[in-house]
Design a protein around this ligand. Structure first.
Ligand SMILES: [Zn+2]
Length: 374
């Protein structure tokens, strides 16, 4: 009865009861108790067990929770569909078809996790921030699976939990919190609810991927590398242009964004190592969001090509460039890697993937030369 002992520390949400049944077993029958384990916290569970009345062995068990398709409108009014779970007379904002699940919680403008798993009576979801968080977590999971063969944040199906309405009302930020992606509501002027932006969702989830691969320390150059790979994946997921974070940022102003990979200086970043922000006051985690512009620019040059600081780079396209960066960052970087390490990792991955004498290798070298990283 190992299954029983595993769940013994859960609090039942319904008083357990057991009824005797005759269970057909091949040509004969068994006397079984039928019972249900039903918990809400810490995990939602509803499993029916058939237990042999004589020896206590589990004869059969199955999940009563059911996967269904829900629908709802996002922050900007668009209708989305997504996997949810039917449980009794209610539905939960929980997709159990991907990895160990994608779950969306309401933290009710607090910072207290995990908050409450969203439930709904008709599977038409009324909270736009939750609809977007859920649908975009699913999109990002699929992106990682389809493009890189990665199964969720840790590569082993780790459950993806999103918490919306995080922090005080008007809270202008989003975070990867180690177990959850946390989305503020935004003040409506500088930011719309953060989960409304697929690129931000992919950026935050990628911080989780980084934590579970290289473990880059979030400070100075290693912190800027963490920011850069999150921006690169965030930008790649919809490939509309070379900007990052254009949907949630200043929702009433069209055409602007949080950062630009093609022209980092446009939004206050630096784009060349000679201009590395030294950050004597340790502001911005040692310039994590400022110096990431240098790596973002190197990535842009590798993908798109161009001449920068007198160095001409032949673009190899988004598919090859993002493949090289994802693999370089997850396979070769460690917690204390700096820009120089990243250069070596990207060049090595280009060799691994496309061969020693490939254009990808030449362009990888030139892209880092162009931004002054040796
Ligand atoms: Zn970030």
């Amino acid at each position: 009865a190992s299954s029983i002992s595993k769940i013994a520390n859960l609090e039942p949400s319904v008083d357990p009861k057991a009824e005797l049944y005759i269970y057909p077993d091949g040509d004969s029958t068994r006397l079984v108790y039928v019972t249900e384990v039903n918990t809400l916290q810490p995990t939602l569970l509803r499993t029916r067990y058939f237990i042999d009345a004589n020896d206590g062995k589990i004869v059969f068990k199955y999940d009563i929770l059911n996967e269904v398709i829900g629908t709802g409108r996002g922050v900007f009014g668009d209708t989305k569909t997504f996997e949810t779970t039917a449980s009794g007379k209610k539905y939960q904002l929980k997709d159990t078809t991907r990895g160990k699940g994608i779950l969306t919680y309401n933290v009710h403008n607090t910072e207290t996790l995990p908050g409450t798993l969203y439930t709904d009576s008709d599977n038409v979801w009324e909270d736009p921030a939750a609809v977007d968080a859920h649908a975009y977590a699913i999109r990002t999971y699929d992106y990682y699976k389809d493009r890189f063969g990665r199964d969720s944040i840790d590569g082993h199906g780790m459950a993806i939990a999103s918490a919306v309405h995080y922090g005080a009302r008007n809270y202008n930020n989003a975070h990867w919190g180690g177990t959850h992606m946390l989305y503020g509501d935004g003040d409506g002027t500088l930011f719309a609810p953060f989960s409304s932006d697929l690129e931000i969702v992919a950026h935050e989830l990628t911080h989780g991927v980084t934590e579970h691969s290289s473990g880059l320390v979030y400070f100075a150059e290693s912190g800027a590398l963490s920011e850069a790979i999150s921006d690169i994946i965030g930008n790649d997921i919809d490939r509309t242009n070379w900007d990052f974070g254009k949907v949630a940022y200043t929702p009433n102003i069209k055409g602007d964004a949080i950062r630009s990979l093609s022209d980092p200086v446009k939004y206050g970043q630096v784009d060349h190592y000679s201009n590395l922000y030294p950050d004597p006051n340790n502001e911005d985690y040692g310039g994590a969001h400022i110096n990431s512009g240098i790596i973002n620019k190197a990535y842009y040059l590798l993908a798109q090509g161009g001449t920068f600081h007198g160095v001409k780079v032949d673009g190899i396209g988004r598919d090859a460039a993002v493949y090289i960066y994802y693999n370089a960052f997850t396979n070769y970087l460690t917690s204390t890697s700096n820009f120089s390490t990243a250069r070596a990792a990207v060049i090595q991955t280009a060799k691994d993937s496309y061969g020693e004498n490939s254009i990808a290798v030449t362009s990888a070298i030139k892209s880092f030369d162009a931004v002054g990283v040796k």
